[in-house]
Design a protein around this ligand. Structure first.
Ligand code: THU
Length: 126
């Protein structure tokens, strides 16, 4: 899998961010094990608490279309620096396995982690 392409898709999705309260734009691109890509951006809300992060938007799009097996998610933000997922997104993503690769990009470089590394000893009922 060419993760540079995935990063490009995350950057494109970031252009759709609805971030009028924070002005912090985030884009995510999630690739399934079969190679299909689902993108997401953050969608803010006047209540603040109803805001949805880019990662959960991408996962919600994919899962609601029947996808269950994921390879990697690329995440970028308008900060230009590495942007790591919040705790809610780490927990949310862990539902589909912690071998998921997370690809982070700043203006010059990329970094890869597994979800397991970012959420050790994740809560699970099974
Ligand atoms: N945000 C994301 O979309 N993903 C992250 O990984 C971190 C935070 C969003 C939520 C909110 O719209 C904005 O960034 C500022 O917190």
């Amino acid at each position: 899998m060419d993760y540079n392409n995935l990063i490009e898709k995350a950057k494109e999705a970031m252009n759709h961010a609805y971030s009028k309260y924070s002005n912090f734009n985030v884009g995510a691109a999630l690739v399934t094990k079969s190679g299909k890509i689902y993108t997401g951006c953050n969608i803010e809300n006047s209540s603040y608490g109803a805001t949805i992060c880019a990662e959960r938007v991408a996962f919600s799009k994919a899962v609601s279309e029947g996808e269950r097996e994921f390879d990697a998610i690329a995440i970028v933000s308008s900060s230009g620096d590495y942007t790591y997922p919040c705790g809610i997104c780490r927990q949310f993503m862990s539902e589909w396995g912690t071998d998921l690769k997370l690809i982070f990009a700043n203006e010059k470089d990329t970094k890869v982690y597994t979800l397991k590394e970012l959420l050790p000893e994740a809560f699970t009922k099974f």
